[in-house]
Design a protein around this ligand. Structure first.
Ligand SMILES: Nc1ncnc2c1ncn2[C@@H]1O[C@H](COP(=O)(O)OP(=O)(O)O)[C@@H](O)[C@H]1O
Ligand SMILES: [Mg+2]
Length: 290
């Protein structure tokens, strides 16, 4: 097969791992910087070109769309859908899952457990609404942050209000979230490929930190998720329309609570921690589908 990876950086671990897995199965694979693709929209002759060459001879696409390129990525995936090229990520699934807000909205609509979350637009209501969380601290996070950057803990109402005012002033979209204390600084990533949880890890925040991200010094170990966690992850991924995804959850008093679902999950942390050949599983999924 002819497989195209859409990635801005061929040197990244995830991209390299996918290249190796595709070559190991004797596929032709190339990496394309999706920020430099040109679209031709024409009845009967729609095309996507990369440096003047059509990429429509691809049998399958593996998109690795970065956070700040979402709208470009959605446009490109849709263009490839016009051409009926198989992709492990659809434009709709990317739209559904990309920011934390739209992801939580889809999950809560379908009765999956998420932390109570506020998106506040009226500054006169900040204090009153934040108090509905019941207790402090509360979490304040950027709607489109990653790697734990832009996730803060406000210890008091006055601190929360002044953070919201600051973000508002700098025009950054944030959410206020109940702090799930019983998670004890740990979150769980379940990696899903084609309706199956193929690998899972627990990430524990370092001492004095509540964010468990590996980029923030968290420590990861492979775990066996509970039946309920597996069911929750599979339901979330299917609601969002994703085939390859990393589902992040906290163990709360009420049950598995979903924090976010990542449509272009990194492979380095999870492959390194669990020793599962996830890239190989993604290639197997493509082989079954094309
Ligand atoms: N509501 C919350 N309660 C407790 N811990 C949280 C909460 N939200 C986030 N965290 C911690 O902070 C980390 C980063 O938050 P997350 O929403 O995943 O942002 P990012 O996209 O930057 O990873 C999580 O992995 C988790 O450990
Ligand atoms: Mg996260």
């Amino acid at each position: 097969m002819n497989i195209t990876i859409l990635s801005r950086n061929a040197a990244l671990y995830s991209t390299q791992s996918l290249i190796k897995a595709a070559r190991a199965k004797h596929h032709y694979v190339r990496v394309i910087d999706y920020s430099n693709c040109d679209f031709i929209i024409q009845n009967g002759n729609t095309d996507v070109e990369y440096f003047g060459e059509s990429i429509t001879n691809s049998d399958a696409i593996i998109p690795r769309i970065g956070e700040s390129y979402t709208s470009l990525g959605v446009g490109l995936l849709k263009q490839l859908e016009v051409l009926d090229i198989f992709s492990v990520l659809s434009s709709q699934a990317l739209t559904n899952s990309r920011d934390k807000l739209s992801c939580l909205q889809t999950l809560v609509k379908n009765d999956l457990l998420v932390p109570k979350t506020l998106i506040l637009h009226n500054s006169l209501m900040y204090e009153e609404l934040i108090d509905t969380m019941g207790t402090y601290p509360v979490i304040i996070k950027l709607i489109s942050g990653t790697h734990g950057v832009g996730v803060l803990k406000a210890e008091s109402r006055s601190q929360a209000v002044s953070l919201l005012e600051t973000f508002n002033k700098t025009k950054q979209k944030v959410m206020v979230q109940e702090f799930i204390e019983e998670a004890k600084g740990a979150d769980y990533r379940l990696f899903v490929v084609d309706g199956e949880v193929v690998a899972s890890m627990k990430r524990q925040a370092k001492a004095g930190e509540f964010r468990s991200n590996l980029h923030r010094g968290g420590f990861a170990e492979a775990i066996k998720p509970t039946h309920e966690e597996v069911e929750t992850a599979l339901k979330a991924v299917s609601l969002l329309g994703l085939k390859v995804a990393g589902v992040d959850m906290l163990r709360s008093k009420k049950g598995p609570m979903i924090l976010e679902v990542n449509a272009s999950p990194g492979l380095e942390g999870i492959e390194g921690t669990t020793r599962v050949d996830i890239a190989g599983k993604i290639i197997n999924y493509i082989e079954r589908s094309v």
